[in-house]
Write a protein that binds this ligand. Structure first.
Ligand code: HEC
Length: 190
């Protein structure tokens, strides 16, 4: 019995000693003593790396036909007319005014390089484009319903790429739509 007690005591002392050893990192900026080395030495994964061979973990792409959790597919892909008929701007009316600040902020970042800060098609990048981005103050764009402009942001149109991944929040797309409407309201038809 006494023997067992001594053994246990010795065990406890060794255990505490080992803990102290692991916990002690020999002062600042020194490497820890590594008992389980795999936990510290790992391959650094770079999320931007991609390789068609897909033979390294960070280069794997999601399996075909899978979607991230919470993803809702856009139902009007390649269907601007149905989008225009069915999409209703939830930020029209009372909420219109409150979205303009955000709308201007997002428009200036994502749309102005091509369409210009006043949406007249004269952004800084436009001068280098053989086919100019349209003036959104035109009669034609004014006649689009809000849903059509939302659709163009989400799904693109012709030469214009979709901005659904950059402007991923529904509310931000509608805020941009509202800001375009605001610009139209204070600019003569062009
Ligand atoms: C890289 C340049 C570029 C950017 C950035 C861009 N657009 Fe466009 N946009 C275009 C071009 C080019 C067209 C004409 C596309 C076509 O019909 O072939 C166009 C067309 C449009 C149209 C249709 C106008 C019409 O009368 O047919 C709308 C509305 C529009 N863009 C809104 C936006 C909004 C809102 C943003 C920001 C989220 C944006 N665009 C960002 C280049 C751009």
């Amino acid at each position: 019995m006494r023997m067992h007690f001594k053994m246990a005591l010795l065990g406890a002392i060794l255990f505490v000693g080992a803990l102290a050893l692991v916990g002690c990192n020999g002062g600042k900026n020194q490497t820890n003593i590594e008992l389980i080395q795999d936990m510290m030495d790992q391959r650094a994964l770079k999320s931007q790396k991609w390789d068609a061979l897909r033979n390294k973990p960070e280069e794997m792409v999601p399996p075909a036909h899978t979607v991230p959790i919470g993803f809702t597919p856009y139902p009007y892909h390649n269907n601007p007319l149905e989008a225009e008929a069915k999409l209703v701007n939830p930020y029209a009316g009372d909420k219109f005014q409150s979205t303009l600040k955000r709308g201007k902020d997002r428009f200036d970042i994502y749309c102005s390089p091509c369409h210009g800060f006043d949406a007249k098609g004269d952004g800084t990048v436009a001068q280098f484009m053989p086919l100019k981005p349209p003036n959104l103050m035109s009669e034609m764009t004014r006649k689009f319903k809000d849903g059509r402009i939302y659709h163009i942001i989400t799904d693109g149109q012709g030469l214009m790429q979709p901005y659904n991944t950059q402007i991923y929040k529904d509310s931000d797309r509608w805020a941009i739509v509202n800001y375009v409407r605001y610009l139209q309201s204070k600019t003569p038809v062009q």
